[in-house]
Design a protein around this ligand. Structure first.
Ligand code: MTE
Ligand code: MO
Length: 484
């Protein structure tokens, strides 16, 4: 009921989400990492579903004691409401909707429980009377179920803040290009991840249980801290400026060797270095703390944002579309060459110019490194892990990346034989991934293929395996396959 009321009231986040968030925040670092990074998309359904189940179980249990302690369910639910309120109030933007929804939920619970159980309570009846009491109970039960259904439908019809923001997003017409995939970027081996990642396939990583709903007209970015003058920008302020556009590959520090937490898109936005220059960065600063509307934060080296050769931008569009809500609508940061957890703040609202010794950010508090430059990596996309292929000449291929350094060479190796140099797709700069392809002769039987990349600094990927914690996995991606 609280959930339904949340929808009706267009609240930002529901009480269940708030409790889920609190559970997440009070979970020790390694377990939080497990939830957010390893369970990936499933962590939110798990937390929200888990919280709902626990609440339902507690309510059911309390109700089963009602005959003996008539006030117990009310007390228990009151306690749950207080927990919910505390959880909601510790959110960065609690709003009025969620607390209201909790109170609606409390009243609903008390009323429905009385309504439902009235026929069952009281003196133990004679068998004749029992039937009519049961019927009465069933009728009341049906009424409650019907009531909940009506309210839920009404809440949906009333619409949510989320849908309003989705609508505002759809109506936006931004002066941006769609980006044309450069000729030669694709090496033409079926099965390699597309060079441009469509928005719908782009990996999603964030700690928010529900992405914040921010209308462009409500959005503001504040730049403050070690600056000569504090500045505030509206969405329109950004659009009124000269927009920068370009291809940048974004990847996640928790991408395992061979993993798919990586995507390449055409981004459009405003260069942060221009905004920082207008604010006037004071001597002694070396970091920028970026904070999102939902309170997540990350620390980025100031130099990466002010470097005239690195186009760090406040992006408003992705592949020619206004940013999808999941990817940070209306504005997010994109910094070539840094892992997302130290740079790619979505739903960004605050830039504080500061120094690394003065703060620590969300993931650094949980055991990840303060600095997160992207590590040079490569991946085999074809053949697939464990595939069965036809014996003879085999086309192999995949992707390699060393954002902002550039990929110089990719080599593959079959069954411990010599390393063979792969052909590379042509890319417009150093900030994107590169497709690679090659040809191998395979006899019938079991095989294993390895890949390794060398970047433009001359570094060749190490075979030494490292875990994703604290600053990115290393090792050579390799997969087994069969030829017949
Ligand atoms: N507000 C917010 N921004 C965030 C995060 C987050 O949890 N909250 N996660 C970061 C991480 S770890 C990564 S890898 C990228 C992922 O961006 P994407 O979901 O658009 O692919 O967003 C970054 N920005
Ligand atoms: Mo990430």
């Amino acid at each position: 009921m609280s959930q339904a009321a949340t929808m009706a009231l267009r609240a930002e986040s529901s009480p269940v989400e708030a409790v889920g968030t609190a559970v997440r925040d009070f979970t020790p670092g390694p377990i939080a990492v497990f939830l957010v990074h390893l369970v990936r998309h499933a962590d939110k359904p798990l937390l929200i579903g888990g919280t709902t189940l626990v609440v339902l179980a507690i309510c059911a249990y309390a109700a089963s004691w009602m005959r003996r302690f008539p006030l117990l369910p009310d007390l228990v639910f009151f306690a749950l409401t207080v927990v919910g309120l505390l959880a909601v109030l510790r959110l960065p933007h609690p709003g009025i909707g969620a607390p209201l929804a909790l109170i609606v939920g409390l009243i609903t619970w008390i009323v429905t429980l009385r309504l439902l159980t009235a026929p069952l309570l009281g003196e133990t009846p004679h068998t004749a009377e029992l039937d009519s009491r049961r019927r009465d109970f069933l009728v009341r039960g049906a009424l409650v179920v019907g009531g909940v259904a009506v309210v839920t439908v009404a809440a949906r019809v009333a619409g949510s803040g989320r849908r309003r923001v989705e609508q505002a997003r759809r109506l936006l017409r931004l002066p941006v290009k769609h980006g044309t995939v450069p000729v030669g970027a694709t090496v033409g081996v079926a099965g390699i991840a597309p060079w441009r990642t469509p928005n719908n396939d782009f990996y999603i990583i964030h700690t928010a249980l529900a992405p914040p709903s921010i209308s462009p007209e409500d959005w503001q970015l504040r730049i403050h801290g070690m600056v000569d003058r504090e500045l505030t920008f509206s969405y329109q302020d950004l659009l009124d400026r000269q927009l920068t556009e370009g291809w940048v590959t974004l990847c996640c520090v928790s991408n395992e060797v061979g993993g798919d937490l990586i995507g390449n898109a055409w981004w459009s936005g405003v260069l942060v270095r221009e905004l920082l220059a207008e604010a006037g960065v004071k001597a002694g600063a070396n970091a920028v703390r970026q904070t999102s509307h939902d309170g997540w934060d990350c620390g980025t080296p100031l130099a990466a944002l002010t470097d005239p050769k690195r186009n760090a931008m406040l992006a408003v569009a992705m592949n020619g579309q206004p940013l999808p809500v999941q990817h940070g609508f209306p504005v997010r940061m994109v910094v070539p060459g840094l892992y997302g957890y130290v740079s790619a703040c979505k739903w960004i609202v605050d830039l504080e110019v500061t120094s690394f010794d003065k703060f620590s950010a969300y993931w650094t508090d949980r055991g990840w490194s303060e600095k997160g430059p992207v590590k040079t990596e490569s991946r085999i996309d074809v053949p697939r892990n464990g595939a069965t292929v036809r014996a003879g000449t085999l086309r192999v291929g995949g992707s390699a990346w060393a954002q902002h350094t550039g990929i110089e060479k990719v080599e593959f190796q079959l069954d411990g034989g010599p390393w063979q140099e792969a052909e590379l797709g042509r890319v417009p700069g150093a900030d994107t991934w590169v497709q690679w392809s090659g040809t191998a002769d395979v006899a019938a039987g079991e095989h294993r293929i390895f890949v390794r990349a060398t970047d433009s600094s001359g570094y060749t990927q190490t075979p030494v395996k490292a875990d994703v914690v604290p600053n990115g996995a290393t090792g050579w991606h390799n997969i087994p396959f069969d030829a017949k």
